[in-house]
Design a binder for this molecule. Structure first.
Ligand code: C2E
Ligand code: MG
Length: 675
């Protein structure tokens, strides 16, 4: 609109102004010209008449007057002499009411005036001329206006409006989010608008660069927000997203899944003793191993600190899950060399497993249940896994046939762990713990097959094997001159109840020349609380043989005081789950105190199991429990001719120590070989 107004103002108004100004000046120019012409006509006609009038040529005079009348300015002619009109009389071309002006002039022949010539001039001529001139000017002005406007519009359009339009769209594409998708506008012109366009292009390039930079940083930020920096594994947030996606697929295809909660045991100890950089190194390495122990389709993440998480999106059988859990446990337990130092860090992990759909429908529920299962695994002695739902027959990754074959192929073997008197640092006994060197799975802990052996009737054969191996080892040590104290063998309920147990024991004691007092049978509260009548009889029978009984899990399972008094075991073992809460937990400290007092009052020896730290060792010793067993002193190790604990280790003695042991092993040390 403004441009149109400018065109009107710039082209039309000057034209109209010109017309107006011309009409003002034209009259002043034309009037003298007409007057001059009139004078010329008058004087020419007068001079032409002089001759004919003198000679009296009337016809010629009339012809001259007639020709004067032909002049477009002249509209009347008259000749007078002495005030009288001469023939021919006045002739007129115009009607009398036409505006006219008269001019006269004497007709002179020599020095003598012979007549007076009067000419009437048409007075409309000036207006007519003015009109004609104005019309012509108007036409010119219109043509000039049209041409001017056309040129102006063309110039405006090509040189101003179109470039401005391009600039506008260029600027608006800069303002829009999709500006990078729009094609680049090329500017060849060198004027201001061209420069402006080129500046916009530069601005676009700059914005493009900034956007790319921003996208790069955003992607990095997203990665940082989704990925654990230390291990490069998905963090909780990303893991959850991946889980939700896998859950949707599992729901559609009705596939079961398994969620594993993997918690490193005593990781704090590594941080406290070797420092956080070593702890980080260990976590990084474990992250890699976890990935390596899983299938490509499994998802592994780090929840926080020493907690990892894994999703098995396609885990149909509990057996397959157990295989994976064991693979993970073994992968984690392999010692990790500490960069630049002759040290190897070793750690174990406890795993809890919850399965979809039976253990929960969503991430939070499954995670909670896996966490609970993990705590059970920890309470059961760490370095193992537990399913959220227990007592599932398929939990053991073995078949009955396999177990029988294992016995036949001598795949079952014993590891031994000493009981240390912390006042002297000497071993006062040894516990025999069975292992299965599985051909595919590697070394399996008893939790993986004892239960199954009970169910499939192999337990007696297994017990026989454990008792036989333990007694044989004790006999060897004794023969080699190492006094290892008593040898404790764990018995499950099935073995304890087996009718041939007394006969078997008598046979073994005799065969290996072992004092009955040197053999201890470790029984769980559960075993001793069931079927009191039979249990009493069996306990009496064994006691009569001189074999000592040990109650294994005091502090975590309930046994009535009267029953304890009745059964009167030679020893009670404070359960590892209770020891694990020392020294911080006041209630655990109080319970330990009570157990020690009770044992003392009943003249029962008390032993603590699962001692992993010096603080636990010292707390227990302060409570009066000096016989202790646990990773702090030694992990269960395979049999050897000379027991590793034949010479006491400084960590065994309950006084302030400088040397650190436990989860840290020197590469050169044979003592710390893990099970
Ligand atoms: P248990 O009698 O309570 O045995 C102690 C368990 O604690 C062992 O686990 C041992 O490796 C572990 N342990 C020892 N010190 C520490 C420690 O400082 N920290 C932690 N976290 N754990 C420690 P393992 O060898 O897996 O044995 C598990 C259970 O299997 C035993 O519990 C026992 O009840 C049973 N068992 C072991 N051997 C036999 C066997 O020959 N026959 C039968 N029937 N049961 C056995
Ligand atoms: Mg035991």
């Amino acid at each position: 609109m403004a441009v149109l107004a400018a065109i009107v103002a710039g082209v039309v108004l000057p034209g109209l102004g010109m017309v107006w100004a011309d009409s003002r000046t034209a009259r002043e120019q034309i009037e003298p010209m007409i007057e001059h012409r009139r004078d010329s006509v008058l004087s020419l006609t007068a001079s032409a008449l002089a001759g004919p009038l003198r000679s009296g040529a009337t016809a010629e005079v009339a012809a001259l007057l007639k020709s004067a009348l032909q002049d477009p300015l002249v509209c009347g002619v008259e000749l007078r002499s002495g005030g009288v009109a001469l023939p021919p009389p006045m002739t007129a071309r115009c009607p009398t009411d036409t505006p006219q002006v008269w001019r006269q002039r004497p007709v002179e022949a020599g020095d003598q005036s012979v007549a007076e010539l009067r000419l009437a001039f048409d007075d409309r001529v000036l207006d007519q001329l003015m009109r004609d001139r104005r019309n012509a000017l108007m036409r010119l002005v219109v043509v000039q206006m049209v041409l001017g406007a056309a040129v102006l519009i063309w110039v405006l359009n090509w040189r101003l409006l179109r470039p401005i339009d391009r600039l506008k769209s260029q600027a608006s594409s800069l303002a829009r989010a999709d500006n990078l998708a729009a094609p680049r506008v090329a500017w060849r012109r060198q004027d201001e608008l061209g420069e402006l366009g080129q500046h916009l292009n530069l601005a676009r390039d700059r914005i493009e660069g900034l956007v790319n930079e921003l996208e790069g940083s955003n992607a990095e930020l997203r990665r940082l927000a989704m990925v654990d920096q230390l291990t490069n594994l998905p963090n909780r947030r990303l893991f959850r997203e991946l889980f939700d996606h896998a859950l949707a697929v599992a729901r559609r295809s009705q596939h079961p899944m398994a969620l594993m909660f993997i918690d490193l045991d005593r990781f704090k100890h590594i941080n406290d003793t070797l420092g956080h950089p070593a702890g980080d190194e260990l976590l990084r390495c474990i992250g890699q191993r976890l990935r390596g122990a899983m299938r490509g389709s499994d998802i592994v993440g780090r929840l926080s600190g020493d907690e990892f998480i894994a999703l098995l999106p396609d885990a149909p059988a509990a057996e397959a899950i157990a295989h994976t859990a064991l693979r993970v446990i073994h992968a984690i337990e392999t010692p990790v060399p500490l960069a630049g130092k002759p040290l190897r860090m070793q750690i174990s992990a406890s795993i809890g497993v919850a399965r979809y759909p039976q253990d929960g429908e969503g991430f939070d529920e499954l995670l909670r249940h896996a966490d609970q299962a993990m705590y059970r695994a920890k309470a059961a002695g760490r370095g193992r896994f537990a399913m959220y739902r227990e007592s599932e027959p398929e939990q053991a990754p073995t078949t009955d046939g396999e177990l029988a074959q294992a016995l036949a192929r001598r795949e079952l073997l014993m590891h031994f762990q000493p009981v240390i008197d912390t006042t002297t640092g000497q071993a006062v006994g040894t516990e025999a713990l069975v292992r299965w060197q599985h051909p595919r799975e590697g070394l399996l802990p008893p939790a993986r097959f004892i239960h199954r052996a009970e169910e499939c009737g192999q337990i007696h054969a297994l017990g026989q094997h454990s008792l036989h191996s333990a007694c044989g080892q004790l006999a060897l040590w004794k023969a080699a001159g190492f006094h290892a104290g008593s040898m404790a063998v764990n018995l499950s309920a099935g073995e304890f109840r087996h009718e041939h147990l007394p006969r078997l024991l008598a046979h073994l004691l005799d065969e290996h020349q072992i004092d009955p007092g040197e053999l201890e049978l470790e029984l769980s509260t559960h075993t001793l609380m069931a079927d009191p009548e039979f249990t009493n009889a069996r306990v009496e029978e064994l006691r009569a043989m001189g074999v000592a009984l040990v109650l294994d899990d005091v502090g975590s399972a309930m046994i009535s005081l009267s029953r304890l008094g009745q059964l009167h075991p030679a020893k009670i073992k404070i359960d590892a789950a209770l020891v694990a809460r020392l020294p911080q937990d006041a209630e655990a400290r109080a319970t330990v105190h009570a157990i020690v007092q009770l044992a003392r009052s009943l003249s029962i020896t008390v032993v603590a199991s699962g001692v992993e730290t010096e603080a636990q060792r010292d707390t227990l010793a302060a409570a009066g429990c000096h016989w202790q067993q646990g990773f702090l002193f030694s992990r269960p190790v395979p049999a050897s001719n000379e027991p590793l604990w034949a010479t006491p280790h400084p960590a065994s003695i309950a006084r302030p120590l400088v040397v650190q042991r436990g989860l840290i092993a020197r590469t050169s040390s044979k003592r710390s070989k893990p099970h």
